[in-house]
Design a protein around this ligand. Sequence first.
Ligand code: HPA
Length: 237
Amino acid sequence: MPTPHIEATSPDQIANTVLMPGDPLRAKFIAETYLDQVECFNQVRGMYGYTGYYKGKRISVMGSGMGMPSAMIYYHELFAFYDVQTIIRIGTAGALQADIRLKDIVVATAACTNSIINHNKFGNTRFAPTPDFDLLVKAKEEAERMGIRTHFGTVLSSDEFYSDEKVEISQKLAQYGVLAAEMESGALFTTARKLGKRSLALFTISDSLVTDESESAQERQQAYRQMMELALEIAPE
Ligand code: HPA
């Protein structure tokens, strides 16, 4: 400590729970909008990380970058070197089901993936990346209390945003009940399981692979707030 990618010099600078959007500027936005007594603990590569208090609860927020190879570096370093116990990903995803609309919230109960990462780890045995069950239950209860429309189910953690096979594979996955596509959760759930930590992933739907709808960056920001508030409420101390 510091690590190659995080300049915090002590685990004390980072809370037990870290909320992680892909975009570091969103981490900055969350810190500035929702947290008190904010201190910045990372600026390396512009991957901003902050610690502060939400309704008296100490919490950190940091960007992960896009895609599993980038995000997995931060997940690993936070869990393994900074004693972080819980990471909650807060991201955007593309809907694979017609009844999942823009701005809806999806909570991943599992992440299938086309990434080579778990193939490298497990060979022909297919590991099933899953989040923490207690956090799932908490998310369900809190979403109901807040009156937020949520869908719980499997997501696809994809290595490609502009995939050649988008249509055929997406249709097959949709048929098998996969709700939405994103690019990081498989690596988060795998890293948390490997290190005996807790993880969860929440998404707002920013586009649809079924209807080709998409929302502007500004609309995305509004929908994002509800998800951030849900994540902040359920984050363990
Ligand atoms: N694919 C992968 N990741 C995404 C998408 C998508 O359509 N939308 C938001 N993140």
